[in-house]
Design a binder for this molecule. Sequence first.
Ligand SMILES: *Cc1c(COP(=O)(O)O)cnc(C)c1O
Length: 411
Amino acid sequence: MTTRQTCLDQDVADPLGEVRDRFSLPEEVIYLDGNSLGALTHAAAARVREATEQQWGRDLISSWNRHGWIALPQQTGRKIARLIGAGADEVTAADSVSVNLFKLAAAAVRARGSERRAVIIERGDFPTDLYILQGLAEAMPEIDLRVVEPGGVEAALDNRAAVVLLSHVHYRSGAVRDMAALSAAVQAAGAFSLWDLSHSAGVLDVDLNRDGADLAAGCGYKYLNGGPGAPAYLFVAKRHQAALRNPLSGWMGHARPFDFIDDYEPAAGIGRWLCGTPPILSLTALDAALDAFDGVDMAQTRIKAGALGDLFIERVEARCAAQGLTLVGPRAAAMRGGQVSFAHPDGWAIMQNLIARGVIGDFRRPDVIRFGFAPLYVRHVDVWDAVEVLGDILDSESWRDERFQAVSAVT
Ligand SMILES: *Cc1c(COP(=O)(O)O)cnc(C)c1O
């Protein structure tokens, strides 16, 4: 039987247990929201201070060369590449996920030519993914945007399909898609698979090349811990790099930006996917934060995230039985990413009460409370303690208090 003591014992035996020391976490808080904003690492704090005071402050513009600022997007990309099963020259940090999806989807449609103009996405996917494709379809009226029912991608594939955008892990339910099978189906239909890795990179053992993905983008501020608004990244499989063109053909993606010539010529390789000047302070934080993954086996992160999620479900169903919580998304760890969601009609107020008690998760409309189990710093005992607080809140109905009802701008 699971007890608080067995959780403590599991933490002692945890092969990732010591990685938590790389993070700067407040005492008194159980942080279960690393799937929305990853925690601060000591390395990121130190390197941002150095980049600000020493590099920018003292070495000023010479830092572009002297401290390698100009190469930082691809240096960071190489660190991310290891986490997602990509080659070192297939990934770069750049822009936001939204902008990267625009660039990649537009490039894929252009590469497919006039016979193939269908862009496919599932209803209920992360809003920006839908919005970006809607905007792209307005900008390129020849696009046939197909928003299909969840699970309906394969049925929508035909000889007009150009690109299919899929979330590897769904932001709301936490469900994992079969990247190998879906990539193969999309390619068999003659289209590009474009994967959003925002909720899978840094927690699952993503392997883009093993699974045959064509294109991907993902988020720097969730499980990669790059800090608020950290740059995102993108992946273009080597076999597509020469043929695909970045529609946001800014000077940082030029073959020779400092020639200052009038005509755009894309850089060879992944470098062409940059657009404007990289945000060096944010990128420094992301680059440093990625060192928290040094020596970490991504198979272990997946195992641990699955175990923490299993423990959470088991404890919620035991401690909070008959309290109106319904599991959203898969029960089996093999089918889940790093988060577990429960629906409850009063989810918003319950989450506000949890946060006031130091257990931080988040809420997604209309009724989902979501808990992320970032495997680098969440402990088994945190899961135990979080569920005790949740049970207490539900037993006492303290969430009914007036102060937990007001809705904030960011949920
Ligand atoms: C977090 C997230 C994003 C974030 O997009 P930004 O443009 O970087 O803010 C995009 N897609 C998914 C699936 C996400 O989870």
